[in-house]
Design a protein around this ligand. Structure first.
Ligand SMILES: O=C(O)CCC(=O)C(=O)O
Ligand SMILES: [Fe+2]
Length: 370
């Protein structure tokens, strides 16, 4: 998976299907035509896991009990198994997989090495991950560090040093709201729906680059691509009259647009950037009042910061199931113009709500934990 991919896996697998049609279409339509291949027999791991999961629920277990049982088995196996037998399996299985990939798959694509590389790049995982498999195999959250001394209120400050931030928030996974810290950014005067429309229209090919290489999330509305966003009727775009509500988010992959965006904001001074943070993408979320992002947890490398540029929005965080005994049941923070929120979106379930009044526009990116 590309480093910068924000992969969302909401609690309900169905929501993922509905909300990420774009990436699926893209994968199917962009794959170059190849010779017809013999069908490969596969095991539908998702379906099997789903069946076990459903059976456990029917037997009276709660979702978090099923998950804890599963994790306990994976991360803390109780029974020790004969080492010799497992050592052999541990060596044989990966070897068999490698041989399979290099010989069988290579034969399927005519042992053409370029095509093989292409194939392996296209094929992000040997087993396609679903919401359920991602949830089952994700690393456990570091609940103690994330919630130590947290209490029931979302931590909030009006300034913070880099040292304090890195030690007590970035390093621990605790969320933070820093109020007013972006209030001098040029973006507060320039960002609007029209700003983004002109930005992409003024850079020919930027929309195509974005649609081919970046992600676009449509939260329960019919705007599913950047092209749709830019082609919205003016009254709907400006929330005028009897408009149909909308909320979307996208990351930008066009270099010229990126340079332009970065004249409008500065990475928060308390965030430490490392060499590989140069690859971080800008993420924009925009739309009308009502529910924003549905509850989900991301699977990205790093935590994120997000600045509220226009309007206001409430974030609601819920702890991961394994943290329920150590962490608060829920945390809420409302962001207003100029505020910056910092959340490790891999380790907190989160959803957003946009307040009535203005359109909500945010910009954000990722940062390093250490
Ligand atoms: O801003 C939003 O509405 C959602 C943002 C989000 O889910 C994220 O940054 O991970
Ligand atoms: Fe998210």
């Amino acid at each position: 998976m590309p480093k910068d991919t924000k992969l969302v896996y909401p609690r309900a697998a169905a929501a993922k299907e509905a909300d990420h049609p774009r990436r699926r279409e893209h994968e199917q339509s962009e794959r170059p035509e190849r010779e017809p291949v013999r069908p490969v027999q596969t095991v539908d791991l998702d379906a099997e896991l789903q069946q076990i999961y459903d059976d456990a629920l029917l037997a009276g277990l709660s979702p978090s009990e099923v998950q804890s049982a599963f994790k306990a088995e994976i991360y803390f196996p109780k029974k020790r198994r004969p080492v010799g037998k497992w050592l052999v399996s541990a060596a044989v299985v990966p070897l068999a997989m490698l041989l399979y990939v290099f010989f069988y798959r290579a034969e399927m694509i005519d042992t053409n090495v370029a095509a093989l590389e292409d194939y392996l790049q296209d094929t992000q995982c040997l087993v396609e991950q679903s919401a359920l498999t991602m949830e089952m195999f994700r690393p456990l959250a570091k609940c103690e560090a994330m919630c130590k001394d947290l209490g029931d209120t979302f931590p909030r400050v009006d300034n913070i040093t880099r040292e304090d931030f890195m030690k007590n928030y970035a390093g621990t996974g605790k969320p933070l709201l820093v109020t007013g810290v972006a209030s001098q950014w040029p973006a507060l005067k320039t960002f609007s729906y029209n700003y983004f429309r002109s930005l992409y229209q003024n850079h020919s090919s930027a929309v195509r680059v974005n649609e081919e290489e970046c992600q676009f999330f449509s939260y329960g509305c019919n705007i599913t691509t950047l092209t749709d966003l830019l082609a919205m009727p003016d009254d709907r775009a400006h929330l005028e009259g009897d408009f149909v509500p909308w909320y979307i988010g996208w990351s930008n992959c066009d270099e010229r647009v990126k340079r332009k965006l970065r004249t409008q904001y500065t990475v928060p001074h308390f965030v430490k950037l490392t060499k590989d943070d140069a690859e971080n993408l800008d993420w924009m979320f925009m739309g009308s009042s009502g529910p924003g992002a549905f509850i989900h947890v991301d699977s990205v490398e790093k935590p994120s910061w997000q600045a509220q540029i226009v309007g206001s929005k409430t974030w609601t965080l819920y702890p991961m199931p394994e943290c329920e005994s150590v962490c608060p049941g829920k945390l809420e923070a409302t962001m207003r113009k100029g505020d910056i929120i910092l959340v490790d979106t891999n380790n907190w379930y989160h959803s957003t709500f946009i307040h009535p009044g203005e359109i909500s526009i945010t910009i954000g990116s990722e940062y390093s934990r250490e």
